[in-house]
Design a protein around this ligand. Structure first.
Ligand SMILES: O=C(O)CCC(=O)C(=O)O
Ligand SMILES: [Fe+2]
Length: 327
C-alpha cells in the first residue's frame, strides 16, 4: 500500500481531526513503529503509524476517532513521554491530502503529435536538431551570462523581453541573433510546408532555463509585441505544454478547452494562428508528467529557445477579444 500523504489542516490550528503529525519520533531516533503504536494506543485505537517523510524522525499517527487524537495531543505534545524513553514529541494535527481527486480532475490527456491536439495553428516537429547540435547549443548558452528570474534563468537576443510590461522595447535593439543559432534558423522554413503563412524571418530569441519541476504560468504572448509565428525549441529535458481556451469562463466546461502536448528534447513547436492568438499556453509545475501510460521524469533542466519576430505596427488579428492592439 502506498504512503498516505498528509498535510496541515486548512482551518484553524486547533481544529479536531484523526491524524497527528508527530516530530522527533520514528526509527531514526530509535523508536520502532510498534513502540509508537503502543504508546499512542493508550488514547484510543490507532489505525496506523506512517512515516511522514523520508527523515525517519517524523511520523503520522492516525486514529479512528478525533477525541483519541485530541487526548494524545494534549497529553504528549512537548512533554517527556515515559513509554518512549522520555522523549519529548512535537505534535500537530494533520489531514490526508485529497491527492487522488486532484489527479483525477486536474489531468488532461497528453498528446504526442500536434495533430491530435485539435487546435488550429499548432505544429510540432520532432528531432528538429540533432543530438550534436543540441550539445553545441547548450554549450553556447552556458558560456554566456544568464539573467536570473524568480524561478528560472533567461537570456535575450535581438531585443530584450521586459517581463513587467510583457513587451519588447523596439527602440532598443541588442543586435543580430547569435551565429550559434544559424543551424536552427536554416531549418525554420520547413514549417512553411505545414503552415504557408509561417513567418520565417525572426529577430528575437529568448532562452529559458527551467530547473526540474519549474513551469511557466498561463499566458498569451502579447499580440502587439510579436508577429503571428512563435517557435519554441526544447533542449536537454522534456516537459508537457498545456493549452487553455481562454474565453472559457465556465469551469464545468473548461476541461473540453484544455489540451496538452508532450515536448521531447530536440523538438520544435510552432504556435501560430488561433493557437498563438487565442489559446493560453503554459507548462505545469511538475517533476513528472504522465504521457499516455508512461510516467516521464523531467530532466535536471529544460532549456528552450523561443524565436519570435518583433511586431513594428499594431496587431490586426481576427481575435480582437485577446488583442491588446484592438482593445
Ligand atoms: O519554454 C517554452 O517552451 C515557452 C516559453 C514561452 O512561452 C514564452 O517565453 O513566452
Ligand atoms: Fe509564451
Amino acid at each position: 500500500m502506498g504512503l498516505p500523504k498528509f498535510t496541515r489542516p486548512k482551518g484553524h490550528d486547533d481544529e479536531l481531526c484523526c491524524n497527528l503529525y508527530v516530530a522527533n519520533c520514528g526509527p531514526a531516533v530509535g523508536l520502532t513503529i510498534d513502540s509508537i503504536t503502543s504508546a499512542f494506543s493508550k488514547f484510543g485505537t490507532v489505525k496506523g503509524v506512517y512515516p511522514a517523510d523520508e527523515s525517519g524522525s517524523r511520523v503520522i499517527v492516525s486514529y479512528y476517532d478525533e477525541n483519541s487524537a485530541q487526548s494524545a495531543l494534549k497529553a504528549l505534545d512537548r512533554c517527556p513521554c515515559p513509554d518512549l524513553g522520555g522523549r519529548s514529541l512535537h505534535i500537530r494535527y494533520s489531514v490526508q491530502r485529497p491527492q487522488l481527486q486532484v489527479v483525477a480532475t486536474d489531468s488532461v490527456e497528453v498528446c504526442l503529435e500536434a495533430s491530435e491536439l485539435n487546435i488550429p495553428g499548432i505544429y510540432l516537429i520532432h528531432d528538429f536538431v540533432s543530438a550534436q547540435e543540441e550539445e553545441q547549443l547548450l554549450a553556447a548558452v552556458d558560456e554566456r551570462p544568464w539573467h536570473s528570474l524568480a524561478k528560472r534563468r533567461v537570456q535575450h537576443y535581438g531585443y530584450e523581453f521586459c517581463y513587467d510590461i510583457r513587451n519588447v522595447n523596439t527602440q532598443h535593439r541588442l543586435g543580430n541573433l547569435p551565429s550559434f543559432v544559424d543551424c536552427i534558423l536554416e531549418k525554420i522554413p520547413v514549417f512553411k510546408k505545414l503552415d504557408e503563412a509561417a513567418d520565417v524571418s525572426l529577430d528575437q530569441l529568448t532562452v529559458n532555463e527551467y530547473p526540474t519541476g519549474v513551469g511557466l504560468s498561463p499566458h498569451i504572448d502579447t499580440h502587439s509585441a510579436f508577429e503571428g509565428s512563435i517557435y519554441s525549441l526544447s533542449l536537454s529535458g522534456p516537459c508537457i505544454m498545456e493549452f487553455r481556451g481562454s474565453d472559457d469562463r465556465d469551469k464545468e466546461r473548461s476541461n473540453s478547452r484544455r489540451r496538452a502536448i508532450y515536448l521531447p528534447p530536440r523538438s520544435m513547436l510552432l504556435l501560430s494562428g488561433e493557437g498563438r492568438y487565442a489559446w493560453q499556453h503554459y507548462i505545469p509545475h511538475h517533476k513528472v508528467d504522465k504521457v499516455k501510460d508512461t510516467v516521464i521524469r523531467r530532466g535536471s533542466r529544460r532549456v528552450s529557445f523561443t524565436f519570435r519576430k518583433v511586431r513594428k505596427g499594431p496587431c490586426q488579428c481576427d481575435y480582437s477579444q485577446f488583442c491588446d492592439s484592438q482593445s
